[in-house]
Design a binder for this molecule. Structure first.
Ligand SMILES: [Zn+2]
Length: 271
């Protein structure tokens, strides 16, 4: 069994593995992944895994100690990604962990999984490689769709204001300017300075709509909405997929949903 740290990696890994490996996510849909605290049951589950996949780039703060206790091989799927450093606050200079929010980066994740699975189950190496190529073509298509949609926004509307700083990679891919209340979910509480800074950004740039991620409270962003008159543009998915009957049961759905939500809110709710 291949164990991933969160649901986004589980979905990508399933696409690469096909029917040849069983893939499970340690954390459930909707879990807050950054500050997750593994349970004894998680440790037991990990010890049964043949391989653990983690994102790396300091996403899973709890991971190093966890994987040590499980004594199972692990592969960091973001290895080789051109990381963007966090610009602000206590995390300045550390890599932004949300590299999968670029479909182009996800192709590197796929390559790393193909290599890891081929080592684990060499008899199926060809299938893993073929599945990886098929999935990378889908990623390329989604990337093209997203860029086309987001680049269609007028320059003054290409600002992406969210709760967590999870969109640095997407902003780089699509030429958007990003602003967030806090850089990485950790303390889980916005400071008054962070909220004031977001309010100023929205006012200065006359941003029509703002967003928040599904795994955190949108309450701080509501304060920005109340203070500025911007619209709350909707929930964006980053750190977790939704349930199967929700809006983003797969990673490709997640990327499309976020691009659609952003474009719709920034063009529809214009002030
Ligand atoms: Zn996050």
């Amino acid at each position: 069994m291949v164990l991933t740290t969160f649901t986004v990696l589980e979905d990508i890994a399933e696409n690469v593995a096909g029917d040849h490996l069983r893939v499970e996510s340690l954390t459930k849909v909707g879990a807050e992944i950054h500050g997750y605290e593994p349970t004894p049951r998680d440790v037991a589950k990990a010890s049964e895994a043949d391989l653990i996949l983690d994102n790396g780039l300091n996403l899973e703060a709890w991971f190093a100690q966890f994987v040590e206790s499980a004594d199972v091989p692990h592969v960091v799927v973001s290895e080789g990604v051109d990381a963007i450093d966090i610009a602000a606050d206590a995390y300045a200079g550390k890599p932004n962990p949300h590299a999968w929010m670029s479909a182009l980066n996800a192709r590197i994740y796929v390559d790393n999984m193909v290599d890891a699975f081929s080592e684990l189950a060499p008899a199926h190496a060809q299938e893993f490689a073929a599945n990886g190529e098929t999935y990378k073509r889908k990623l390329q298509d989604v990337h093209r769709e997203m860029v086309a949609k987001l680049e269609s926004l007028p320059d003054n509307e290409r600002a992406l204001v969210s709760c967590e700083g999870a969109f640095s990679y997407l902003a780089r891919d699509t030429g958007m300017t990003e602003k967030y209340i806090w850089p990485v979910n950790a303390e889980q509480q916005a400071t008054p300075q962070q909220i004031t800074s977001a309010i100023q950004f929205v006012e200065t740039n006359d941003v029509p709509a703002v967003f928040c991620e599904s795994t955190v409270s949108s309450e701080p962003m509501q304060q920005v909405v109340d203070a500025t008159g911007a619209t709350f543009g909707g929930t964006l998915y980053v750190d977790s997929l939704s349930e199967a009957d929700g809006p983003v049961p797969t990673y490709l759905d997640l990327l499309r949903h976020d691009a659609d939500t952003i474009v719709e809110a920034l063009t529809g709710g214009g002030s």
